[in-house]
Each structure stands twice: as structure tokens, then as C-alpha cells.
Design a binder for this molecule. Structure first.
Ligand code: E4P
Length: 242
């Protein structure tokens, strides 16, 4: 399963990327608006931080022609950009054209299996069902995800299912069990994936016990001797002696 961060905040993206488990980023107009800088600059900075990861950037036009203009522009900024278009008639029309041009499209704001089916038929690269927003109105977000994964498997659609609007770690785990290709999550949820009180308590006890027996156990790595470090630094690096 791929992990995307659902944010446009560079600091959060940097922190997640440094852990080596980040596969990409999803942004949307609301998230971009929070960052207070030109969109192009923001997206390119994100691309720079996630390196080979995918960066999703959304169009804001609602008509097909406008979407096409914006999508082509967004796709020209960086090869790792996937263009998000909303799940509307205009969006699906734009998707058809963009798919033909080889531009990767994420169909966003998907709330039903029929919408997901249309998106796959029109050539979506990603489809984004919004689980949390369905849960918010007492509908079954995970149920929708299950249906989409089943439908895509039946017809072997190549569209990847991107579980979006995830609100807590259990959403991520459930999405993985269902077989979503990608989970996109806010930084807070990403952080929560690490946490377990027994891990913290267990580590604390291990370290306390080690400390008590330290004199007998010795060191795993001998502390560096300053005179050796100085000598090594004074030596010219191999291959640079000329
Ligand atoms: C996905 O691409 C969307 O940006 C996101 O998951 C929306 O989530 P929200 O319901 O928390 O705004």
C-alpha cells in the first residue's frame, strides 16, 4: 500500500519524507489556500521534497475547456504531477481528453460506486473516494471503498483506488485490509500510525534494565576516541589526492 500525505504544508511533508515511507502528496484548493504562497511555487517545492513521489494538484475550473487548460498547465510543471479533476460531467469529459494525451488524472470527490465506475471507464489514473466525509453524514465510507475495490477487480481496471478523507489510523488499516492501492492521510493521522503505549512502556523498561547492568554489558559501539577522529580528518579522502 502506498502512503500519501494529505497536506500542502512543506514542513509536514519534509518530516514524513525523512522517514522514507512517503510515496506522494495530495493537495486540494483548501489545503493550498492555507499555505499563503503562489500555487506553482508551492507545488514545485512539494515535488522537490517528495523526490520521485507523486504530487496531486487540483484544477479549479468547473467547465471542460477550463479544466483542460489548467490540467495541461499543471502537468507541464513537473513529470510527477497528477492532475485532480472533480467527479462531474465536465470532469469526466476532460478526463477522456487528458487520458488520450497521456496526462495522469485523479478523479476526486467520489462518493458512490457508480461515480467510481465512470471514472475508471474514462481512464482515471487514481480515483479518490472520500471516506471520512461519508462517515460524517452517517454513511458507510469503508463500505464504499469495499464496493469500488470489488468492481475494479471484477473488470481488472488499472485505475488505482486512493482512499481519501481518512480521519484516524483505523481508517488506514481498514483501507489496507480492503485492498486500496493508496491511503492519503493528514499528518496527524500519519503520526498516529506510529503510536502504541506498549511500545513506549516496553522501550522504557528495556533501557532501564540495560542501564542497571551497564557495567557488565559494556557498550555496543565503543565511544569514538577523539585523537583517532582528528587523525582520520587530517587524512586526504581517497581519490581526491591529486
Ligand atoms: C483528497 O485528495 C482530499 O484532499 C482529502 O482527502 C479531503 O479530506 P477531508 O475530508 O479531510 O477534507
Amino acid at each position: 500500500m502506498k502512503f500519501f500525505l494529505d497536506t500542502a504544508n512543506l514542513e509536514e511533508i519534509r518530516q514524513a519524507a525523512a522517514l522514507g515511507v512517503l510515496d506522494g502528496v495530495t493537495t486540494n484548493p483548501t489545503l493550498a489556500a492555507k499555505e499563503g504562497k503562489p500555487f506553482r511555487e508551492l507545488i514545485l517545492e512539494i515535488c522537490d521534497v517528495v523526490k520521485n513521489g507523486v504530487v496531486n494538484a487540483e484544477v479549479v475550473s468547473v467547465d471542460t475547456q477550463g479544466m483542460l487548460r489548467e490540467a495541461r498547465e499543471l502537468a507541464s510543471w513537473h513529470p510527477n504531477i497528477v492532475v485532480k479533476v472533480p467527479m462531474t460531467r465536465d470532469g469526466i469529459r476532460a478526463l477522456n481528453v487528458l487520458h488520450g494525451e497521456g496526462i495522469h488524472v485523479n478523479v476526486t470527490l467520489v462518493f458512490s460506486p457508480s461515480q467510481a465506475l465512470l471514472a475508471a471507464k474514462a481512464g482515471a489514473y487514481f480515483v479518490s473516494p472520500f471516506l471520512g466525509r461519508l462517515d460524517d453524514i452517517s454513511e458507510d465510507g469503508l463500505g464504499l471503498l469495499r464496493e469500488i475495490v470489488e468492481i475494479y477487480r471484477n473488470y481488472q481496471f488499472s485505475t488505482q483506488v486512493l482512499a481519501a478523507s481518512l480521519r484516524h489510523p483505523l481508517h488506514v488499516v481498514a483501507a489496507a485490509k480492503i485492498g486500496a492501492h493508496i491511503a492519503t492521510m493528514p499528518f496527524k493521522v500519519f503520526e498516529q500510525l506510529f503510536k502504541h503505549p506498549l511500545t513506549d512502556r516496553g522501550l522504557e523498561a528495556f533501557l532501564k534494565d540495560w542501564e542497571k547492568a551497564r557495567e557488565v554489558l559494556g557498550e555496543i559501539v565503543e565511544p569514538a576516541r577523539p585523537e583517532l577522529v582528528e587523525r582520520a580528518e587530517a587524512r586526504p579522502a581517497r581519490g581526491t589526492g591529486r
